[in-house]
Every structure is written in structure tokens, then in C-alpha cells.
Design a protein around this ligand. Structure first.
Ligand code: FES
Length: 146
């Protein structure tokens, strides 16, 4: 390796070391919770949406409720402290479990996509996802499954 190649490679490594942490800090891992089963629904603490980053309280845009009593997980999206959506992560095409990615849901089977309210944005699915009413109080959300 000559001096020019060495310098080029060293610069690329430094650039990667500088960019990678910044890129990763923008990625939030998906947060799962079991919630608490109640009559006609499931409740979730609003605090499930919070996390600490550099001693600052941050808000997640969504969480996933995964409970043994549910056939499919529920994607819960936070629009504001009082407005949330909750949709069943079961594809409206042939019933595969969806993947959540930020403000949309994607089907790994045939590529259907849905927005954060469960509206179909790309086929082959032709229907929206099943969604549930969400009631919010100061501390909790209640997802009405009835
Ligand atoms: S099962 Fe989801 S697109 Fe076919």
C-alpha cells in the first residue's frame, strides 16, 4: 500500500467513525410492551412512549403492544399527548404479520404498505387495517378491542 492509498483509507475510516454514531443516534429501536388486559381492551401506560437520551426525556412516535392473548401485535402511534391510533399488525391482503417502520407499516410477504392510521397506501392489499379506538387520560391509554 502506498502513501496515497493509506491516506485515502485512513480518511474513509475517520469519516465512517464520525458519521456512524450520528446516524445510529437517529435510529430508535422498536419498543415493545405487553400492556394490561382489561375487560373489552388493553391499557398501556403513556410512559411507554418516553425514553432518556443524554439526560433528556424524549418521546417515541410509536410502540408495539405484543401480548400472548392477542393474535397479532398492535401498533400504537402517538400524534400528540391526546391523539393516538392503534392498528392490528395483520396484513389486509393474506394475513401476514406486518413490520413497523416509523410512521408506516410494511408487509414482508408481498409488499403492501399502510400509514400510521392503518390506511392502505400500496397494494396488493385492497383494504385498510383493522383499527381500534384509543381513549387517553393523563397516565394511560385504553385500546378498545370490542
Ligand atoms: S400478505 Fe401482506 S401483501 Fe400479501
Amino acid at each position: 500500500m502506498n502513501r496515497r492509498d493509506f491516506t485515502k483509507q485512513a480518511c474513509l475510516m475517520c469519516l465512517g467513525a464520525a458519521i456512524l454514531p450520528a446516524a445510529l443516534s437517529g435510529c430508535q429501536s422498536t419498543h415493545y410492551t405487553t400492556g394490561t388486559l382489561e375487560q373489552n381492551g388493553i391499557s398501556v401506560l403513556k410512559s411507554e412512549f418516553t425514553y432518556l437520551q443524554k439526560d433528556q426525556l424524549q418521546m417515541r412516535s410509536y410502540i408495539i403492544v405484543r401480548n400472548d392473548k392477542l393474535e397479532f401485535p398492535i401498533y400504537v402511534y402517538r400524534f400528540s399527548d391526546t391523539e393516538y391510533s392503534a392498528v392490528l399488525m395483520k396484513c389486509a391482503h393474506q394475513g401476514a404479520e406486518l413490520s413497523a417502520s416509523g410512521d408506516h407499516l410494511h408487509c414482508p410477504s408481498h409488499g403492501s404498505e399502510f400509514d400510521n392510521r392503518g390506511n392502505m397506501t400500496q397494494g396488493p392489499a385492497e383494504k385498510n387495517l383493522r383499527s381500534f379506538k384509543v381513549l387517553a387520560n393523563a397516565e394511560k391509554l385504553f385500546i378498545n378491542l370490542s
